[in-house]
Design a protein around this ligand. Structure first.
Ligand code: DC
Length: 224
C-alpha cells in the first residue's frame, strides 16, 4: 500500500485547509471526500430528486460520472465533464450531501473509488469514515475536532467576510444539526478510530494546529 494519512472529524474543524497545507508540506495528493458526497447531492438536486429520497438517488449513480483533477494541492471535481468545485460548496448542497451520505449504495460507490485512489498515490484523505472504513490500514490516522461553538464562530466569520447575511445562532444551529446527522446515521457514522490520534483545535489557531498535525505525522513516520 502507498502512504496514507486519514483525517476525520466533524464539519468545520479545519480538515480541508489543514489537509491542503499538509499535502504541500509532505508531497501528498489531497483528496477531499466530502466533495464527492456533495457532487452526488448536487446531481440529484439538479435532476429534481430530493437527496433524502434514496430510492430515487440510487439509479442516478449509473448516470453520474465524477472525476478529480489536482493542481498545487487543490482538488477540483468534475461532474459529467462540468467543473462543479465551487457549486458543491453551497450550504444547501452540504445539507443534501448529509442526506445522500446515509444511503449505503452511495457510500459503497464512493468508498470503492476512494480506495482505488489511495492505491495509486501517496495521499492525505479527509472525511468522516476514512480511518474507520475507507482506509483502516492508513499509516497515520487523525481525528480532528473543535467544540461546536468554536467551529460555528469560525464559520460565521467566514460567511460575514463573504458578505452573507446570517447570525452566529443560525450558523451554530446548522453546525449542531450537521453533527447530529453525521454521528447518528446508521451507515459509517462519524466516530474516532481506535488507533486515531485526537487533535482538538478549540484552543489554537491555524498555525498551531498545523504544527500539532505535523508532529503527529512525523512521529508516526519515524516509528515506521
Ligand atoms: O466535509 P463536508 O462538509 O464537505 O461533507 C459533506 C457531507 O458529506 C457531510 O454531512 C458528511 C458527508 N461525508 C461523509 O459521510 N463521509 C465522508 N467521507 C465525507 C463526507
Amino acid at each position: 500500500m502507498s502512504f496514507a494519512v486519514a483525517i476525520d472529524g466533524p464539519s468545520g474543524a479545519g480538515k480541508s485547509s489543514l489537509a491542503k497545507k499538509l499535502a504541500l508540506h509532505y508531497g501528498l495528493l489531497y483528496i477531499d471526500t466530502g466533495a464527492m458526497y456533495r457532487a452526488i447531492a448536487l446531481y440529484a438536486m439538479r435532476r429534481g430528486v430530493d437527496p433524502h429520497d434514496h430510492a430515487r438517488v440510487i439509479p442516478l449513480l449509473e448516470e453520474v460520472h465524477l472525476e478529480l483533477r489536482h493542481a498545487h494541492a487543490e482538488q477540483r471535481i468534475e461532474m459529467n465533464g462540468e467543473d462543479v468545485t465551487k457549486e458543491v460548496r453551497r450550504e444547501e448542497v452540504g445539507m443534501g450531501a448529509a442526506a445522500v451520505s446515509s444511503c449505503p449504495q452511495v457510500r459503497t460507490f464512493l468508498v470503492e473509488w476512494q480506495r482505488s485512489l489511495a492505491k495509486q498515490e501517496n495521499i492525505i484523505m479527509d472525511g468522516r469514515d476514512i480511518g474507520t472504513v475507507v482506509l483502516p490500514d492508513a499509516q497515520v490516522k487523525i481525528f480532528l475536532t473543535a467544540s461546536a461553538a468554536v467551529r460555528a464562530q469560525r464559520r460565521y466569520l467566514e460567511l460575514c467576510e463573504k458578505g452573507v447575511d446570517t447570525t452566529y445562532e443560525k450558523v451554530l444551529a446548522l453546525v449542531e444539526k450537521r453533527d447530529y446527522e453525521d454521528t447518528h446515521r446508521e451507515q459509517s457514522p462519524l466516530c474516532q478510530a481506535q488507533d486515531a490520534v485526537l487533535v482538538d483545535t478549540s484552543d489554537c489557531d491555524f498555525d498551531e494546529a498545523f504544527r500539532r498535525l505535523c508532529s503527529v505525522i512525523d512521529r508516526k513516520r519515524k516509528d515506521g
